[in-house]
Structures are given as structure tokens and as C-alpha cells.
Design a protein around this ligand. Structure first.
Ligand code: MLT
Length: 312
């Protein structure tokens, strides 16, 4: 049953700490985006926005926590492209993945990179493609569960290469990166917010960017098309959500704080260093967010169905 919306006196929200759920582990790409935005939103809201990591099940556990929270603005969710793929990927969920949420605004679009452990016997995308086709399931591909961006990217990669690797799921690509650095897994596709510094320092090997153009923060990294995989493109987007039924004035207040955060100089500088950027303000309205999200659900549905990939 829906929780009754609490009485709301215009202008008073928020009077206490706001909880921002991140549906993946701390230290990963969603967490990085959330912490930068939460800090900037805290300043304009005059209350602390605390990040809570609720990882697991490809981002569905954290989304469920938000959908089932009291719709009063004190629980919000920073989620990504998984909001558009989960409705097709999952046959059964304990929450409504489309109608369980109010949109607050889009936050970023983030390129992905295909990376591997140092020591892998491949230096370029062409060599890597040959290695994956040759070794197949002997190679370990790390992801953050079904519904994660790393899962979607891996699905497209395996489809493009016509082969399968062994999947190793984590609660987020933050912990997966630690295993890649330690060399206990071989490959991962992950957002530049988690990979730019590692690629630049040479602690992991960058093979390709999943973007049509090279990434400004990683000018030496070829695009997948340049590496021989045309059409292997994924861009991850983040958006901010509240439980369905959160009062409109509260959504408006949260949106204003988000827009202010997107225009914050420190946020812009940090995002640029991590290969991303805040979305233009026109895209950060609740309506623009909802329209983009719905279009992305429709875009990914046939691709996921064609790949035959579902979770139960
Ligand atoms: C994370 O924050 O761990 C990532 O966004 C996981 C993913 O979707 O690959």
C-alpha cells in the first residue's frame, strides 16, 4: 500500500538530513558522482545530504529501498542507465521499476572504457578481440551484477565478439576495480569516473572508449570503432529520483538544489577530470528526465530481448 504523503508546509523542506541512496558499493562511479552532487546540494539545501550505499543485485536493492521509503523528500536515489534496462532485464521485482518513482532531474552522461589487468597478453583492441575469441570462458569479466552498466557493456562486447567470458559479479565496480588492480580478474567495462585515473597512471590497461569520439580526458585511448568494433557504444547517464508521491514542492526544492550543484565550479572541474560533465540545465528538469528515461527504456528493450538476457 502507498504511504500517505506527509503534510508539507511550503518553504520548510528540508529541516533535517536528506538520505541519498547509491545502489552500488562505495568507491565506485555512481558513488563518486553522488558524493560530489550530495556535497554541493547540502550547501544549497542548508542540510546535509548523506550518501548511503545499498549495493547488490545489480542496483535493484537500492532502487527498491527508495521506492519503498516514505515519500517526503528525505530519501532520494542516485541511479544510472540501469533504471532503463532493469524493467526489461528483471521478470520479478519487489518494487515497480517505472511507476515507483518521481524524477528530480538528470545529472550526467558518462562514457565507458574497456579496461584489462596489466599483464594480459594483449596491448591493443585488435589483440584483445583475438584473445577473447581464443580464450572465451577462460577469461574473467568483472561486473556489478545484472542491471549494472558494466553488465550491459559486457553483454554488448560479447555480442560484438561472438563469444562468452566468465562473469564475476560484484556489489559495484569500486570493489571490482580492486581485483582488477590485483590481477585476479582480467577485464571490465566501466565508467570513466572510475577508470580515468587508473588508465592514466598505467595501473590498468585501457583498450577502448565506448564513445563515437575520443574522450577529452583520455586522448590516447582509441574509440571502439577505431579498434575494429564499430557500433560498440554505451553512454551511462545518472538521474536523481524520489519515491512516488513525494509532494511537488519538495521535488521542486530538490531540483533547484540539483541544478545549483550542476552549475557548481568544483563539480564541473572534478567531473571534467573524470571524463564527464554535468548535463545542460535544460535537461535537468523532472519532465526532461522522465522523457529521456522512458525513451531509454524503449531503446534498450529490443536490444536486451535480442540478447536473451534476463534475471529472475
Ligand atoms: C558502480 O557504481 O559500482 C557502477 O555504476 C556499477 C555499474 O553499473 O557498472
Amino acid at each position: 500500500a502507498a504511504l500517505a504523503a506527509p503534510a508539507f508546509a511550503q518553504g520548510t523542506f528540508p529541516t533535517r538530513t536528506v538520505n541519498m541512496i547509491v545502489p552500488f558499493a562505495a568507491g565506485g562511479p555512481t558513488d563518486t558522482v553522488a558524493r560530489l552532487i550530495a556535497q554541493a546540494m547540502s550547501t544549497s539545501l542548508g542540510q546535509t545530504v548523506v550518501v548511503e550505499n545499498v549495493g547488490g543485485a545489480g542496483g535493484t536493492l537500492g532502487a527498491q529501498r527508495c521506492a519503498q521509503a516514505r515519500p517526503d523528500g528525505y530519501t532520494i536515489l542516485m541511479h544510472h542507465i540501469g533504471m532503463a534496462t532493469i524493467p526489461t532485464l528483471y521478470r520479478r521485482l519487489a518494487y515497480d521499476p517505472i511507476n515507483g518513482f518521481e524524477t528530480i532531474g538528470l545529472v550526467t552522461e558518462v562514457p565507458m572504457t574497456l579496461i584489462g589487468r596489466n599483464g594480459l597478453p594483449a596491448q591493443t583492441m585488435t589483440e584483445l578481440a583475438a584473445l577473447v575469441r581464443r580464450e572465451g570462458e577462460k577469461l574473467n569479466y568483472a561486473n556489478a551484477g545484472i542491471g549494472a552498466a558494466s553488465h550491459l557493456c559486457g553483454l554488448l562486447l560479447q555480442q560484438a565478439l561472438g563469444t562468452k567470458m566468465t562473469t564475476v559479479p560484484y556489489r559495484g565496480t569500486g570493489p571490482a576495480m580492486n581485483d582488477l588492480l590485483a590481477g585476479t580478474v582480467d577485464l571490465m567495462c566501466d565508467q570513466t569516473t572510475n577508470t580515468t585515473e587508473q588508465i592514466k597512471s598505467g595501473s590498468v590497461r585501457g583498450f577502448a572508449a565506448t564513445t563515437p569520439e575520443r574522450i577529452a580526458a583520455l586522448p590516447d585511448l582509441p574509440t571502439a570503432a577505431q579498434g575494429g568494433l564499430p557500433g560498440f557504444e554505451v553512454s551511462v547517464w545518472h538521474g536523481l529520483y524520489a519515491p512516488k508521491g513525494t509532494p511537488a514542492p519538495v521535488i521542486t526544492r530538490l531540483n533547484q538544489a540539483l541544478v545549483t550543484a550542476l552549475q557548481d565550479a568544483n563539480v564541473g572541474t572534478r567531473f571534467a577530470a573524470l571524463g564527464t560533465a554535468p548535463v545542460p540545465v535544460a535537461r535537468a528538469t523532472p519532465d526532461a528526465h522522465r522523457a529521456f528515461w522512458q525513451a531509454d527504456i524503449a531503446k534498450w528493450r529490443p536490444l536486451i530481448q535480442a540478447a536473451g538476457q534476463y534475471a529472475d
